[in-house]
Design a protein around this ligand. Structure first.
Ligand code: SF4
Length: 439
């Protein structure tokens, strides 16, 4: 039996695609190896958020090249967004690579592996949903469900539309059937995945569908926990917010990328919403789901960002009080509109100084917000042992908060945990043994 190893970089969509790659390879009779140096087939699922190929990825790739020099029979493959963004250049930059494929071509890897010739081949069309391929989940009680591929937005800093194509939604019936299967297999938590998940369904024909319709249908399958990522504020409509207020399984967590608190910068980013519209969405969400956890993405140092613009970003973060945030320093990405914004480039040291101020606000507000959980008993899906203390367990609340706690539970269990402390990042507590005794 031949063996394979996959190293994954980037976002949840890549994690999902790697699970599908592994499922497909196992269906071809391959077995997963613990480490790359034990595998005959060495694969990388790449990210292209940054222009330069991710240094970590290149380091891994060069290690694979050394392994191939020792054993020329080894096959090296590069998939994902970076491969899609450079296409056949992969082979020019790294001549030892045997196969390269974009996110829409994972299935072509099977074709390549079962073909006679093993000369270097690249596959870069946007053809299919990896969601159709067999899967090998990282955890058998949690599953990603890809509901769409691509993105029709044109955020001026983002390469995704050119590496993942235009938006294509998977059919309603197919998705509901997939979740029903997963629930029957014992999956407790499903996360719906899309670059722009809440615009799902608009391109479906003959019948357009809405994202809230899908949420309601998935909830009706009996799944215990339902999440989705990543939404766009422009599509955060009332019907989606009401779904959060009404559906049993839909978790009290919404990730709402802000990117900037300045309407002028949002315009330059082509985010299609203003600061006021964004805050209006936050108010609508909090009106219907008062206890919701809100997280976000923020970019500092976008070309032309003035101190006043940045103050507006700090202002929104202070006002909203996010439960968590992913913060990035802008980096130009060739092939994006913003990469040609020559005026107003922000000196790196200025961007770093702004990032420090932003992190201070975000962490302080997240810590303040997290205190609302102290003294409460929260439902936690156990994911495994704590990363900081092996004697403790680790899991997530419905709000998406990580909890490190003492208890008797096992991965996959849903337990009640009494929260005793909270930081900006995590909660601490103890499993309610009374709740365990009462079942
Ligand atoms: S919504 Fe914007 S940032 Fe998100 S994937 Fe689409 S183009 Fe990129």
């Amino acid at each position: 039996m031949k063996s394979f190893h996959v190293t994954t970089f980037g976002c949840q969509m890549n994690e999902h695609d790697s699970e599908r790659m592994k499922g497909m390879l196992e269906s071809l009779g391959y077995a997963e190896a613990e480490r790359a140096d034990e595998a005959e087939l060495i694969l990388f699922n790449t990210c292209s958020i940054r222009e330069k190929a991710d240094e970590r990825f290149v380091a891994h790739l060069n290690q694979a090249a050394a392994l191939k020099r020792r054993d020329p029979e080894r096959v090296i493959g590069v998939g994902g967004c970076w491969a899609q963004s450079v296409k056949d250049q992969v082979f020019r930059q790294f001549p030892f690579v045997d196969v390269a494929f974009g996110p829409g071509q994972v299935h072509k890897l099977a074709e390549f592996l079962t073909s006679d010739s093993l000369t270097a081949q690249g596959f870069f069309e946007f053809e299919g949903f990896t969601g159709h391929l067999p899967t090998k989940r990282a955890r058998d009680f949690q599953a990603w469900v890809q509901i769409s591929v691509g993105c029709n937005c044109r955020c001026s800093y983002c390469i995704v539309p050119s590496t993942r194509g235009t938006e294509v939604s998977r059919p309603f019936g197919e998705l509901v059937a997939e979740v029903e299967r997963l629930v029957a297999e014992g999956v407790r938590e499903v996360t719906l995945l899309g670059q722009n998940v809440n615009s799902w369904g608009r391109d479906l024909r003959p019948e357009r569908r809405s994202f809230s319709e899908l949420l309601r249908a998935v909830d009706a399958t009996g799944v215990e926990r339902l999440r989705y990522t990543s939404p766009h504020p422009k599509d955060m409509r009332e019907d989606v917010v009401l779904a959060h207020a009404e559906l049993r399984s839909l978790c009290e967590h919404i990730h709402l990328p802000l990117q900037s608190g300045s309407t002028r910068v949002l315009k330059a980013m082509r985010r299609t919403y203003s600061r006021e519209r964004y805050l209006d969405r936050v108010a609508l969400i909090r009106e219907h789901v008062p206890d919701v956890a809100l997280t976000t993405d923020v970019i500092v140092g976008f070309p032309g960002e003035t101190e006043e613009d940045f103050a507006a970003t700090l202002g929104v973060c202070e006002e909203v009080g996010y439960d968590g945030a992913f913060t990035f320093i802008y980096s130009p990405r060739r092939g994006t509109e913003a990469a040609s914004f020559a005026d107003g480039l922000i000196p790196h040291e200025v961007a770093v100084e702004r990032m420090e101020r932003l992190v201070e606000v975000v962490q302080r507000r997240a810590r303040e917000r997290a205190q609302r959980f102290v003294g409460r008993t929260l439902e936690v899906l156990v994911e495994g042992s704590s990363r900081t203390d092996p004697t403790k367990l680790r899991g997530r609340t419905r709000h998406g908060k990580v909890v490190n706690f003492s208890g008797l539970a096992a991965p996959g269990d849903v337990v009640q945990v009494e929260i005793s402390a909270a930081t900006s990042q995590t909660l601490a507590g103890e499993e309610s043994l009374l709740a365990r005794a009462l079942g």
